[in-house]
Design a protein. Structure first.
Length: 245
């Protein structure tokens, strides 16, 4: 079964563009580039996998798509598949990326398709579960950036329930601090914080600083902070599933 799937991918006429948010911090982009290499390796020779940023790039996203599309044409590939590297269906996924793709379509004589964003993959929860399977924790908090869109945080709540954790958000209530206090009042002495973020960067650093402050306020509680997901072969496999034809 796996061999048939791999063979079909190798014959794919598509070029694949991994689109991330973009950051002034170089670490997220380094992880995206690493992920692109892993995806390319799994696809095999003759493929075309690139990366682009929605924000903080020298060119707007539609121009990045245009340039990548030219590479795809030169490689005799007949369409571009856009893979949004986002965990939540926020404004970037629902509005910003589609808008930029629409502009690129006007300039590029090549079909462009937007694949489902990474956060919808049903096995994403399994990836998190594997990462925390050996944890010795009495309480777990799944910490996401948070979305103000209606039902935008439902994936976080569902994943938290699967992991036996409670959800918290960096930009909206309930906050990390309030959730920690809830668990501490309930008598939990070992609390694990699981960032629902793809890559290391400024927010991950800020979370670590916040955990340091909270741990000083609650010295009787043993805190552990997991790293963001990061580029991995398992994450590359999820992306291949999203672009399955």
């Amino acid at each position: 079964m796996q061999r048939k799937f791999t063979d079909r991918l190798l014959k794919s006429p598509s070029a694949y563009l991994l689109v991330s948010h973009g950051s002034r911090d170089p670490r997220p982009q380094a992880e995206v580039e690493k992920l692109a290499v892993l995806v390319s390796q799994k696809l095999g020779s003759g493929n075309c996998v690139g990366t682009a940023c929605l924000e903080l790039a020298p060119l707007p996203l539609h121009r990045q798509i245009e340039e990548f599309g030219k590479q795809a044409i030169a490689s005799q590939l007949n369409r571009v598949q856009i893979v949004p590297l986002f965990l939540l269906p926020g404004v970037h996924v629902m509005e910003d990326i589609p808008s930029e793709v629409d502009i690129a379509r006007l300039k590029l004589d090549l079909p462009i398709e937007i694949r489902p964003h990474l956060g919808v993959h049903p096995n994403l929860g399994r990836l998190f579960a594997n990462q925390i399977s050996s944890l010795d924790a009495e309480g777990k908090i799944l910490l996401s950036h948070g979305s103000r869109r209606p039902n935008g945080n439902q994936p976080v709540e569902e994943l938290a329930a699967c992991l036996g954790a409670i959800p918290a958000y960096w930009s909206i209530p309930p906050s990390l601090e309030s959730r920690v206090k809830e668990l501490a009042i309930a008598g939990k002495k070992k609390i694990c914080i699981i960032p629902y973020f793809l890559f290391p960067g400024g927010i991950a650093d800020a979370i670590a600083s916040a955990v340091d402050v909270i741990s000083q306020e609650l010295p009787a509680v043993d805190f552990s902070l997991r790293a963001p997901i990061g580029a991995s072969t398992e994450l590359a496999d999820l992306i291949l599933d999203l672009v399955r034809e």
